[in-house]
Design a protein around this ligand. Sequence first.
Ligand SMILES: Cc1cc2nc3c(=O)[nH]c(=O)nc-3n(C[C@H](O)[C@H](O)[C@H](O)COP(=O)(O)OP(=O)(O)OC[C@H]3O[C@@H](n4cnc5c(N)ncnc54)[C@H](O)[C@@H]3O)c2cc1C
Length: 384
Amino acid sequence: MQFTEEHEHFRESMRRLVDEEINPFVDEWEEAGIFPAHELFPKLGEVGAFGLEYDPEFGGGGADHSFTYVMAQELGRIKCAGVPMAIAVQASMATPALARFGSDELKKTYLEPTLRGEMVCSIAVSEPDAGSDVAGIRTRAVRDGDDWVINGRKMWITNGTQADWLCLLARTDDSQPGDYHGMSLIVVPTTTPGFSVGRKIEKMGNHSSDTAEIVLDDVRVPISNTVGEAGRGFQQQMAQFQDERLVGAYIAAVGARKALDRTKDYLQQRIAFGKPLLANQYLQYKLAELYADVDTVEGFLQYAADKYLAGNDVTREATVAKLKTGRLTREVADACVQFHGGMGYAEEMWVARYFRDARLASIGGGADEVMLRVITMMEGMGKK
Ligand SMILES: Cc1cc2nc3c(=O)[nH]c(=O)nc-3n(C[C@H](O)[C@H](O)[C@H](O)COP(=O)(O)OP(=O)(O)OC[C@H]3O[C@@H](n4cnc5c(N)ncnc54)[C@H](O)[C@@H]3O)c2cc1C
């Protein structure tokens, strides 16, 4: 990837926004269990953080994937994982299918204001009884004249208590139940009668990000809210997952390096047995090994980003990136807690939050085992 002056200009605006509008408020938002998406997102919209790669005709940046990489690197500097995840949902998880396949009318009504940050959106795939097994979802949209009538429940929906609309995956054709055929992505405005937030879920980490269970009770939306062709939702969502997994990995890798840097500084200052803790070769080697792992993952991520940039299918790369970055993040977080001693276990330090937040990396957006399943199938070992 070649970075130009334009990239650096964009990086500077993102950095300023993170330093001035996000990081000073993270502790407050973590404490509150939510961040003000409707206040923050217009500021991100102003610097063009949403829809970097989308068509300028519908408010996108018309840029290439290298700008998304830069954006993710700056999001990785945020002092928690909840806020970057919420931003990434809007930028790269709930909107790619709409930008690629949505009608002009849908894009004008929902995508444009979302890219300006005036609307907040969510991706609604997971359900109480189906997360890893996306083909097992039960939410149904039944055609009634020119409308879909939607019934079901969605679980773990990021931005779910604040969203103006959901990109919702529903079963629209029951002729092949349990199969990946017959699903559609549908734009569901949250003001529609029958939509409700069942509950806000209390979580181990990512406290500043609101996560909701959503109830859909005879929610009626026009058929024209279908993203692209009805019946193609599963495939569209699988493609959308590639953006989600890559961007999540870019953000997490930056966070891992930053955590190692901060731990190194702490060990340099902390004196035990008459010398800085960092003088212990065991600690030096352990950190060196983890830096080497972060280097390796970053190299792979750049390779994946380049491949994406060249227009290739990156299912394999996004899967490996998600798996390896998630596992490394957890390992780094565990070492950081260990090397901070008691302070690593104290709420007043950044480490405890990082440890809790890092745990999600191997679960959200597809668990490690689901990534292994994809690789298994690609290697011709498992049944499709
Ligand atoms: C904080 C948070 C935010 C989230 N945000 C969103 C969101 O915005 N939108 C959304 O749609 N979803 C969201 N999710 C849901 C997330 O994607 C799912 O939790 C994840 O895909 C796992 O699904 P599940 O929780 O139903 O676990 P299950 O499917 O019940 O799986 C449980 C565990 O079983 C194992 N497992 C599963 N399948 C296999 C297999 N085939 N082989 C071996 N082991 C297996 C894995 O270890 C897995 O973790 C979020 C989750 C969290 C925790």
